[in-house]
Design a protein around this ligand. Structure first.
Ligand code: ADP
Ligand code: MG
Length: 254
């Protein structure tokens, strides 16, 4: 039975999408069957894997709003890695969802019949705590929280934890924290080092050993529509996401 992991943090630019793409690709390279689900109207995960943000026949919009289950799955260039793409049309879905029955549980329902076909399903979330993110948290077995090693790294984390707790009480009592991954670490700055300490003292054992450094190749890859392993497989960013994948597998298979 596949494990559904929501990659979430309502802050923008913390590497949710970069982590979803490259952790997903790394898990596939580790011989896992992986489905990536893009639930962000910005569709950066979709375009980051080389698909258009507009004009695809079936997208996450159809699953969430129209109630089509398990459709629209596309193959990627990495064997073992599939995607349910997003679309810019999803921007209106937040409002359309409000009117629909079981509005928080629509993604859960859509993924239910296909969950068994994968080892891991990673949901990339938009930068908000709105209905789409709630759908991701309600559908997930666990949440993976990327935190950028920057000023105000922990800003908004209390809100995120409150939302996770609310989801646990109301929608998904078994929701766990998969872990916290520190991103865009720069070992030359005291700030990065301080942030690591702060985040570790807040989240304790939940922080992954693997810390993702700032790596230019990781920021270039999406404009070529490729995960890091097809763009520059020897760069530090590629190595680190493979390490993170092994750590995720270790946490789940022990
Ligand atoms: P989010 O999905 O949380 O908004 P993104 O994954 O889109 O964040 O990342 C924000 C920006 O930072 C993007 O331009 C991305 O390419 C870049 N980025 C992400 N991780 C790294 C990294 N480790 N090193 C350098 N740039 C990165
Ligand atoms: Mg994103």
């Amino acid at each position: 039975m596949g494990k559904i992991i929501a990659v979430a943090n309502q802050k923008g630019g913390v590497a949710k999408t970069t982590t979803a793409i490259n952790l997903g690709a790394a898990l596939a390279l580790e011989s896992k069957k992986v489905l990536l689900v893009d639930t962000d109207p910005q569709a950066n995960l979709t375009s980051g894997l080389g698909f258009p943000k507009e004009g695809l026949p079936t997208t996450i919009y159809d699953l969430l709003v129209e109630g089509h289950d398990g459709e629209g799955i596309l193959e990627t260039e990495i064997p073992g890695l599939w995607i349910i793409p997003s679309t810019v049309d999803l921007a209106g879905a937040e409002i359309e969802l409000v009117m629909l029955p079981e509005r928080e549980l629509r993604l859960k329902r859509a993924l239910l019949p296909i969950k068994k076909n994968y080892d891991y399903i990673l949901i990339d979330s938009p930068p908000s705590l709105g209905l789409i993110t709630l759908n991701g948290l309600a559908a997930a077995d666990s949440v993976l929280i990327p935190i950028q090693c920057e000023y105000y790294a922990l800003e908004g984390v209390t809100q995120l934890m409150n939302t996770i707790n609310l989801v646990k009480t109301r929608l998904n009592p078994d929701l766990k924290i998969e872990g916290v991954v520190l991103t865009m670490f720069d070992g030359r700055t005291n700030l990065s080092i301080q942030v690591v300490e702060e985040v570790k003292s807040y989240f304790r054992g939940l922080v992954f050993r693997t810390v993702v450094p700032r790596n230019v190749r990781l920021s270039e890859a999406p404009s070529y529509g490729k995960p890091i392993f097809l763009y520059d497989p020897k760069c530090r960013g590629a190595e680190v996401y493979l390490e993170l994948a092994r750590e995720v597998v270790e946490r789940n298979e022990k």
